[in-house]
Design a protein around this ligand. Structure first.
Ligand code: NAP
Ligand code: MG
Length: 486
């Protein structure tokens, strides 16, 4: 049996939350209570930020050599790998993610990420600038100090690792607030960091409510950097908290409404199936979900047929079933929201080519399940083409030429990702240059190792995770000018 931690991790110790508020985690798998955990109050946040500050100021982590920090991160990654099955099971129970995906996709990504940052710890270089014979100009980077990290539940530990890897390897101290749905997996991660030898106070983990603990972190005067992944509204709130407190740096990585453009010369089956998969995977709870399939009229019927076949293949099942292609969405509330989006689309003129605007029963009579939906006849003015559904609903938009495809793809306030399917080399380059998105995938979707940054433009925010570039988010740049004596 799994034990469930109920306390906060502050300054390397497990402490009870100061208020009586509790988070009760309900599994969308069967609507049963997974467990309860103390919710951090603003006072708990203050304790944790003070601990993080003290740990930073005395150099217990920041003054270690980069390679020592790197080795600790690599140890951390190995311990997560050791406990991956247990962590995957926790995530599967917390959010209903299929346990195989939790293990083979989510945990694998966490391990890869922390190991990658551990490995580059001592391979980041600073700069010497040519300032002439009588001086020496240096540009060096050091840790920013105290980092607040507020993350969502859809890839709870992957999003956390994307923040912790670069923040910790750069020498910062971190206070992490996981989403309300995923406190238990986050607390276990904190325990493994301690076991790996991360000094006390360098990683504090505070389950809590967004408008309480999240806001307190966002407004804390001793937090230097606030890194956030989540919705547009909350990302904007963090920018406001920063403006109204100490002007801390905020890195928002927000939602999306990514378009996948299929040109007639593409490998149609692969393009259609991969786009549909990219929309339905993780029950559509993906910031980068390919929720808009933008297809040339000549191949639209064929594409829809393959998308429907993919939807049929991805029928939800119990997430603890190893072969489940999809689990439930994260909660009953989320289910109602997804169905309301779909019903509105139908009212506005879309057709349900596959799926249903009603909940789905996997045979247990409970749980927040919905079958993937393929909606045809969608036009750019419909709300389903503009709003992030965060559920398995694919909108098919038919276009007449490449220019219209690009116009439709860019006709959204978001700009997280886009995809393009063509075998024409010049079209691949020309169209991908015109797509306004932080990531463009050509003839694939959701690909990418650790070395390329991930993030958006426009309302999707401007933070970038992954890659060496992410280190800059958690570093301060210093210019040192040294005058040389004769
Ligand atoms: P969310 O509601 O914005 O919540 C994200 C985090 O912010 C949670 O920890 C949440 O705490 C906290 N929060 C909520 N309200 C707050 C407030 N008033 N002040 C401070 N913190 C607050 O997002 P979500 O529903 O968890 O996640 C889905 C969103 O994340 C989608 O829009 C998705 O596109 C985006 N996302 C983006 C990326 C990316 O890389 N760009 C990746 C994954 C997801 P509670 O748990 O208490 O609400
Ligand atoms: Mg939330």
């Amino acid at each position: 049996a799994l034990g469930w931690r109920t306390e906060l991790l502050v300054n390397g110790r497990w402490v009870a939350a100061r208020s009586d508020d509790q988070l009760s985690v309900v599994s969308p798998r069967d609507n049963s209570v997974v467990g309860c955990v103390g919710a951090a109050s603003a006072e708990d946040v203050d304790d944790a930020v003070r601990a993080a500050r003290a740990a930073f100021d005395d150099g217990r982590w920041a003054d270690r050599t980069p390679s020592e920090r790197g080795r600790t991160l690599i140890r951390f990654a190995s311990l997560i790998e050791r406990d991956a099955e247990e962590l995957a099971l926790r995530i599967s129970l917390e959010v209903g993610k299929p346990v195989r995906d939790a293990l083979q996709v989510e945990l694998a990504a966490v391990v890869r990420c922390l190991r990658w940052y551990g490995e580059i710890a001592d391979k980041i270089t600073d700069e010497t600038l040519p300032t002439g014979p009588d001086s020496l100009g240096l540009v060096t980077r050091g840790p920013a100090g105290g980092v607040g990290a507020v993350v969502p539940w859809n890839f709870p530990l992957t999003m956390t690792a994307w923040k912790l890897g670069p923040a910790l390897v750069a020498g910062n101290s971190v206070v992490l607030k996981p989403a309300e749905q995923t406190p238990f997996s986050a607390l276990e991660l904190g325990a493994l960091a301690l076991e790996a030898g991360l000094p006390e106070g360098v990683l504090n983990v505070l389950p809590g409510r967004g408008p309480v603990a999240g806001e307190a972190l966002g407004r804390h005067p001793d937090v230097d950097v606030l890194t956030f992944t989540g919705s547009v509204a909350v990302g904007r709130a963090f920018q406001r908290y920063a403006a109204e407190s100490n002007g801390k740096r905020v890195w928002p990585e927000l939602g999306g409404k990514s378009g996948s453009v299929i040109l007639p010369d593409a490998d149609i089956e692969k393009a259609a199936r991969t786009t549909a998969w990219g929309c339905f995977y993780n029950s559509g709870q993906m910031c980068s979900a390919s929720s808009r399939l933008i297809v040339h009229r000549d191949v639209a019927d064929e594409v829809v047929a393959f998308a429907v076949a993919e939807a049929e293949r991805m029928t939800p099942a119990d997430p603890l079933d190893w072969d489940a292609p999809l689990g439930p969405v994260v909660s009953e509330h989320a289910l109602e929201r997804v169905l309301a989006h779909a019903r509105r689309a139908v009212e506005q003129g879309a057709t349900v080519a596959y799926g249903s605007v009603d909940r789905y029963d996997i045979g247990t009579g409970t749980g927040a399940y919905v079958r993937p939906m393929v909606l045809t006849g969608v036009t750019p003015d419909m709300s389903i083409a503009q709003e992030e559904v965060f559920g398995p609903v694919l909108s098919v938009l038919v276009v007449n030429d490449v220019d219209e495809a690009v116009r439709v793809a860019n006709d959204t306030r978001f700009g997280l990702a886009a995809a393009l399917w063509t075998n024409d080399l010049s079209a691949a380059h020309r169209v991908s240059r015109r797509l306004r998105a932080g990531t463009v995938w050509v003839n694939c979707f959701e690909e990418g190792g650790m070395s390329l940054p991930f993030g958006g433009v426009k309302a999707s925010g401007f933070g970038r995770d992954k890659g060496a570039h992410a280190m800059d988010k958690y570093s301060d740049m210093k210019s040192t000018w040294i005058e040389l004596a004769q």
